[in-house]
Design a binder for this molecule. Structure first.
Ligand code: ADP
Ligand code: MG
Length: 713
């Protein structure tokens, strides 16, 4: 790669390059304001502050020399190239260029003195350097390390460097930390933001590169402290804003007239201690006239649905409506079935209903649902995103529950918030309960979700037999088919999960359709691809996201009823599906799934009293991370433990990004290494909101700017 080009080559100066292309590239990278550029920190640095001699340079080393051109020829064979012989008084070297402009030849004409930077190869035929970067020798050597920035197509490094130098001059880097906060900063030396940024862009040559790379240098710490502070400020502010809102105080009816009691009495099981505790935590929130904002974390199978149902009972008892939203139609359908079974008989006595609302409903049905929601006849509404669409008006929404919250995108979460906000104008803000089966380790949760209260179901219902997990090479499919046959003959049910629906040219994935056909053949079953119109459901069926909703539902019903015994499926079954008779889960290409996804999938079995197994089929060779993931799956069933391992394997940024916690804007900070900075930021944020409000606003504007909505999602 040419690091810097000849000074007058077309690449070298912003003014020669079509400004719009580079400008567009800057925009694509989000480098809009001077402050954005000032915060675009180098990936790494190059030391151009020193000159070496040819004699002292080592084979393979990247070196910089000042040399005189002795000879310059263009040869046609074996490839057209420019060959230039140079010397510095201690030795000679051939430079070779396969791409060159007339300007190169001019700069490298005989007797010119130039600075050359590149990787030296010492071979049998002498010294050689291929495509070194060339600069004319006049001018001083740079006094600081040269930054190398993350960039993109159409944005030359040289252009970016100049743009950033300008931006550093223009950007308003005034200090937003009050002097007291600055004093309390647990960082060596007194760095202002301005000093820190200047240093990170143009460090002194004497600096330890390692401290820049591992981000432990005080200048890095200063930057991270800024980011943490912004994050904590916005979370604390969100919390204060919410605390200032009014919500309906939902007082639980703890007597035989209430739904709560009635449901508890008719449940076929006793609540676990954890479920009782969590229901109490929720009840205490609902009682208050400040909106609840609570995340319920509980491993797959921990029994979150019944907690949601009990919360709904409290809300309905108090005379308000409850909405339960799930990310997929299948999951919503299941919740609807279960909640109807539990609550409909109890509600009927009170002239109330459980109502179903999704986008795939026929228009007339959806309208009917909406009417009941608007009139208040619907005490509990279960559905998908359709619940938060504009033409859904609740008579009196008191509680919104979002299941598998991590599966909703940012846009949907913002829509939910907007819709709750609209509701708020009438009756106060509804309470909000979010549920997730992909836990975030506790310390991380406290840092990145400071505006949430977290409840944890840390106990599984009793009587579960542990799932045996086997990691098996995909070549041994025959053995798996034999196992499947044994399960089917015993009347049990099996999931087979494949990663993609259709053949992809780029990814060598067995597609679900083909796998379905192969499994039918291996088990001697006919291939049925239209369950909806078949005379009777097949024993082996296929489920994927592209099936029409009615067909999906028919497949899931038949599987839940035990008619379909082997369900070949893409990851649409990942969340929430509950079929206790399913005892074997086979996951194909397990190496391509993330840890939390594997854990979710595995959670589909082991839901009854029968012993269950999960087979993770992989395609060798396994990379080191995939190997660790699969080993972790075989080793433990604890979702929290797996989350900790996931966090370790992926780092916090990716870990959170995958969970769409809305905090992926944390660019520099790392909760795993920055505990001391985070403690500082948490305290300072609270202090600043009380004592330095203008600086707090300024600080958030600089760091979060237009992203604050996104952040709240
Ligand atoms: P998840 O937390 O993954 O959403 P579910 O709510 O689907 O879990 O519950 C999993 C299964 O456990 C369901 O069949 C549910 O009826 C059952 N269950 C829930 N709580 C208990 C309990 N306290 N005792 C026994 N079974 C329970
Ligand atoms: Mg669930």
């Amino acid at each position: 790669m040419v690091l810097w080009s000849v000074h007058n080559s077309p690449m070298s100066s912003p003014s020669n390059k079509s400004p719009s292309a580079a400008q567009q590239a800057l925009q694509r990278m989000g480098l809009l304001r001077p402050i954005d550029m000032a915060l675009h920190i180098p990936l790494r640095y190059e030391d151009e502050t020193q000159l070496q001699t040819i004699e002292s340079s080592q084979d393979g080393q990247t070196v910089q020399w000042q040399v005189r051109v002795l000879e310059s020829v263009v040869t046609a064979r074996p490839r057209r190239q420019l060959r230039v012989r140079v010397a510095d008084g201690t030795g000679e070297c051939w430079l070779r260029f396969f791409h060159f402009f007339p300007s190169h030849q001019k700069t490298l004409s005989v007797d010119s003195v130039v600075r050359v930077r590149g990787e030296l190869r010492r071979g049998l035929l002498g010294n050689e350097m291929v495509h070194p970067a060339i600069k004319p020798a006049h001018g001083d050597l740079p006094r600081s390390l040269t930054p190398v920035y993350p960039t993109t197509a159409g944005l030359p490094q040289a252009y970016l460097r100049k743009a950033i130098v300008n931006a550093l001059r223009q950007a308003d880097l005034c200090e937003t930390l009050p002097p007291l906060s600055l004093q309390r900063l647990p960082i060596e030396g007194r760095w202002t933001l301005q000093q820190a940024l200047h240093f990170l862009h143009h460090p002194d040559p004497g600096v330890s590169i390692a401290t820049l790379e591992d981000r432990s240098h005080p200048a890095w710490q200063r930057l991270k402290a800024e980011e943490w502070l912004a994050q904590q400020l916005s979370q604390q502010m969100a919390r204060r804003q919410r605390d200032a809102l009014r919500a309906p105080a939902l007082q639980p009816t703890d007597n035989e007239h209430g739904l709560l009691q009635a449901l508890k009495e008719q449940l076929p099981f006793a609540l676990t201690g954890a479920q009782q505790r969590v229901v109490n935590e929720i009840a205490n929130d609902l009682r208050r006239s400040v909106p609840m904002h609570r995340l319920l974390q509980g491993d797959v199978g921990a029994g979150k649905t019944v907690v949601a149902a009990l919360a709904a009972c409290i809300c309905i008892d108090a005379g308000w409506q409850c909405a339960l939203m799930a990310p997929t139609e299948i999951l919503a359908q299941q919740h609807f079935a279960k909640l109807t079974q539990w609550l409909e008989p109890l509600l009927q006595k009170r002239n109330k209903r459980v109502v179903w609302l999704t986008g795939s409903q026929r228009k007339s049905q959806r309208e009917a649902s909406r009417q009941m929601i608007a009139s208040g006849e619907a005490a509990l509404v279960v559905g998908t995103q359709a619940l938060i669409q504009q033409d859904t008006r609740f008579a009196r929404l008191g509680l919104a529950i979002v299941d598998e919250q991590h599966r909703f995108g940012v846009a949907q979460r913002l829509a939910l918030r907007a819709s709750l906000g609209e509701q708020a104008e009438k009756d106060g803000m509804p309470h909000l309960l979010m549920m997730t089966a992909t836990p975030i380790p506790r310390t991380l949760a406290m840092t990145v979700m400071a505006d949430l209260d977290v409840s944890t179901l840390d106990e599984l219902p009793p009587g579960r037999t542990p799932i045996v997990t086997k990691v098996i090479e995909s070549g041994k499919r025959d053995e798996i088919v034999r196992r499947i046959r044994i399960q089917l003959e015993a009347g049990r049910q099996v999931y087979w999960v494949c990663p993609l629906v259709e053949e992809s040219e780029t990814l060598d994935l067995r597609n679900a359709t083909l796998t379905h056909a192969q499994l039918c053949e291996a088990l001697g079953e006919p291939v049925c691809s239209d369950v909806l119109h078949a005379d009777h459901p097949p024993r082996v069926a296929l489920l994927h996201a592209r099936l029409p909703a009615a067909e999906k539902q028919a497949v899931m019903h038949a599987f839940a009823a035990g008619e379909i015994q082997l369900l070949v499926s893409t990851t649409v079954i990942e969340v929430g599906v509950d079929v206790p008779n399913a005892t074997l889960m086979v996951i194909e290409h397990a190496e391509r799934f993330g840890l939390s996804q594997l854990h979710q999938l595995r959670g589909r079995v082991g839901r009854g009293a029968q012993a269950s197994a999960c087979v993770l089929l992989y395609e060798p060779p396994l990379g080191p991370v995939a190997r660790e993931r699969l080993a972790a799956m075989a080793r433990t069933h604890d979702g929290f433990e797996l989350a900790r391992i996931d966090l370790k394997l992926r780092g916090a940024g990716e870990f959170l990004g995958a969970r769409q916690s809305g905090s992926s804007w944390l660019r520099f900070a790392d909760p795993q290494t920055d505990e001391h900075l985070l403690d500082w930021a948490r305290n300072e944020a609270l202090w600043m909101l009380d004592h330095a409000w203008p600086q707090a606003l300024l600080h958030m504007e600089r760091w979060i700017g237009g992203k604050s909505e996104y952040f709240k999602a």
